[in-house]
Design a protein. Structure first.
Length: 363
């Protein structure tokens, strides 16, 4: 599947220089690019590697002259990383699953399958399921009763979607994602030691009672907006009595966990190994760095950013940048860390001062 430099320019923006009729079949790093590859060399350090490859054309930044690198042509873009989005899209062939409904798939005659839908080997489509036009259901997927999936969804192999889930258009789920599992919600007949410890901030003694944990059942579903992407082996729990809700254009990385009753706004980015406990609410444009933990019933405002491994134990106002455990403003956290690193030196100074005072008293 090849494209001319001119066609690529029309897809990603920018402008061409030199021969725009050259056809390329893929994108590669400059040093590894073949004659049929477009070298991605928008940074000067990458551009210096062009000589190690065989590409005739490259993506360059403004001010870079393609002739200086022995090229026959170039695509010039202002924001190379953003150009990569459109560039990789036109070359992406997906997993190349077979089209149509595979003979081993089990598709209920009470389901509704739109035009141009592919359903892979050993996948199960339950009663009342509605799958939108152009969707791809990969091998060994499961879609539960009365679930609705919008147009142009793309489910990688082994995705599991429970019953009563509503999913918008252009949904993407990576391998092993689980949408609509039961929430982790348990209670004891009497007040548990965990509740007492939390209420007293750990001051209360354990009662050593034998309270048994009893399940609170999940009666509600999950609602996902348009353009949502869920990472591999990530999970979104169904709600207890109200649905777990994910807004438009939310992207989650691999191994993330979104608990029951959680509400997430639009255009949020959730990195790997993030855990969001039940009934927490996130605003719009929130970015959670890898391994961020959000305690239950927390409210996170719009445009909040957390650094990696941040643990959020209380509400965060809009626009804050947080870091650390417990989470504080990033600038305060950094200053605290600097002060912590100075402690050994400070302790030595105090020790030396004590010795000096003792000597003075003895003298």
């Amino acid at each position: 599947m090849g494209f001319t430099l001119k066609e690529i320019c029309e897809a990603v923006g920018g402008y061409t220089e030199g021969d725009a009729t050259i056809i390329v079949n893929s994108v590669a790093e400059p040093g590894l690019a073949s004659e049929i590859d477009l070298a991605f060399a928008a940074d000067i350090n990458f551009a210096n590697q062009i000589k190690d490859g065989a590409s005739k054309v490259a993506i360059l930044s403004p001010g870079m002259n393609f002739r200086d690198y022995g090229l026959d042509g170039a695509l010039i873009v202002d924001r190379p990383r953003f150009a990569m989005s459109g560039l990789t899209k036109i070359f992406d062939q997906g997993q190349r699953y077979p089209t149509g409904i595979h003979s081993t798939a089990i598709v209920s005659n009470k389901s509704k399958i739109a035009k141009n839908v592919s359903i892979g080997p050993y996948s199960i489509i339950s009663d009342g399921v509605d799958i939108g036009e152009g969707s791809v259901i990969g091998p060994m997927c499961f879609v539960g009763v009365d679930t609705k999936i919008g147009d142009n969804a793309y489910l990688r192999e082994g995705v599991k979607i429970g019953s009563d889930v509503i999913i918008g258009k252009r949904f993407i789920a990576q391998s092993g994602a689980v949408i609509g599992s039961d929430g982790f919600s348990f209670v004891t007949k009497d007040v548990s030691d965990a509740e007492v410890a939390r209420e007293s901030l750990g001051k209360a003694q354990s009662s050593n009672n034998e309270n048994k944990w009893v399940r609170i059942h999940s009666l509600a579903g999950v609602v996902l907006g348009d353009d949502v992407e869920i990472g591999a082996n990530s999970t979104i729990d169904r709600g207890t009595v109200r649905a777990t809700r994910i807004g438009n254009n939310v992207k989650t990385d691999n191994l993330s966990q979104i608990g029951h009753n959680v509400s997430i706004g639009n255009n949020c980015l959730i990195c790997a190994q993030v855990g969001i406990a039940g009934s927490s609410r996130l605003g719009n444009n929130v970015v959670l760095g890898g391994q961020t933990g959000i305690s239950d019933n927390i409210v996170i405002g719009d445009n909040v950013i957390t650094g990696g491994a941040t643990k959020v134990l209380s509400n965060v106002p809009s626009g804050k940048i947080m870091l650390g455990y417990p989470a504080t403003s990033m600038d305060k956290q950094i200053e605290s860390y600097k002060a912590f690193r100075r402690l050994p030196k400070l302790m030595k100074q105090i020790s030396d001062l004590q010795k000096t005072i003792l000597k003075t008293k003895k003298g």
